[in-house]
Design a protein around this ligand. Structure first.
Ligand code: BYC
Length: 315
């Protein structure tokens, strides 16, 4: 019998390139370049952290939701976000990342989470606006990621997007109900829209010209559209929804441009975005402190689970 030589690094690389070219999925058993692994772990970890930190702004309203029905809906939504975080940490683990290490990087500020969760939730209308705009932006960004080249990530996106659609509709329905209510409720909704509109546009990331990762991520088909393309899609989608709700989007420059076939919109405050990424947003410190405390408080659960697993292993 002649021994078969293991594939060379060049063969493995060619196989990886072919997989991407043919629009097939890269799976955990496959060889990938170091840069691809690093990019995927970075994006998936940031995404997972966003889901987990994203539980806080809305969680703030669970005890104060105005009815049992609204409380049950909000509780279910926040629980879904925990689930999304868990699918995503599992997807990162298939690339060799260690979940405890990722959590440590989050609470020591060495890994990012979405800028949007560093703003406060000041009224119950924020719950509706987060559902409508923040989950709406998330869907816009994440539906194309269902075709992302890394199999476990793409598959987790399919389920996440289904749940995000429910989240978006519950937000819209809540706002519709408030808009049919009193003048005071309508004002609350408009005030919340005024605060969340611009930060929602920032969720899509820096403009393409200032996005260091887009070109490579597009070439690897990790990302299917650029940040600006998705931001534009979100603006176009939101304008008729705002009209249906009867709210005004806080941008005097927002108008239909028939030549482009899209809405033009005003300049985003990228200085504010950069400050948030540096940790100087209104709630950065509070969000991380809360996460760190929850992690410390949960130490006994992790210890007990590890002890149980090792006892079972002995048996
Ligand atoms: N906030 O080169 P770029 C949710 C970072 S969860 C903070 O364009 P990329 C929800 C970026 O990471 C929503 N950081 O990067 C949950 C990079 O930093 P590093 C989360 C941002 O990766 C609960 C640097 O800026 N969704 O919806 O090509 C309740 C340069 O950017 C942000 C996802 O994570 C930001 N907004 O593109 C309700 C989706 N934007 O690592 C809702 C998956 C950029 O180089 N992620 N940065 O130091 C993506 O699609 C992409 O990673 C992004 C950024 C479009 C976000």
């Amino acid at each position: 019998m002649t021994a078969v030589a293991p594939p060379s690094e060049k063969d493995l690389e060619a196989h990886f390139e072919r997989t991407i070219e043919r629009d097939q999925r890269v799976e955990p058993r496959d060889w990938v370049p170091d840069g691809y692994r690093k990019t995927m772990i970075r994006q998936i970890a940031q995404h997972a952290h966003s889901e987990i930190i994203g539980m806080q702004p809305e969680g703030n309203w669970i005890t104060r939701a105005p009815s049992l029905r609204r409380k049950a809906i909000l509780l279910a939504k926040v629980q879904d976000e925990a689930g999304h975080g868990l699918y995503l940490y599992s997807a990162a683990a298939t690339l060799g990342a260690d979940r405890a290490d990722l959590t440590d990087k989050l609470i020591t500020g060495r890994q990012k989470y979405s800028s949007i969760f560093n703003y406060p939730t000041l009224s119950f209308a924020d719950v509706g606006v987060i559902g409508w705009l923040v989950d709406g932006a998330a869907i816009c960004n994440q539906v194309p990621l269902c075709r992302s080249s890394y199999g476990p990530y793409a598959r987790s996106m399919i389920r996440i997007c289904k749940e995000e659609s429910f989240h978006q509709r519950q937000g819209f329905e809540l706002l519709m109900t408030m808009m049919r209510g009193t003048g005071g409720q309508r004002e609350m909704v408009q005030e919340a829209v005024d605060r969340w509109w611009w930060p929602s546009l920032m969720m899509f990331g820096p403009p393409d010209a200032d996005s260091p990762n887009t070109a490579q991520s597009m070439a690897w088909k990790v990302k299917r559209h650029t940040n600006d393309e998705l931001r534009q899609r979100f603006v176009d989608m939101s304008v008729p929804q705002a009209a249906a709700l009867g709210v005004t989007l806080p941008d005097p420059e927002l108008r239909w441009n028939p030549d482009r076939g899209h809405h033009d919109f005003g300049a985003i405050d990228w200085a504010e975005f950069k400050e948030i990424l540096k940790g100087n947003g209104p709630c950065n410190a509070q969000r991380i402190e809360h996460r760190r405390r929850a992690h410390d408080d949960g130490a006994w659960v992790r210890e007990a689970a590890a002890a149980h697993a090792s006892k079972k292993g002995e048996k």
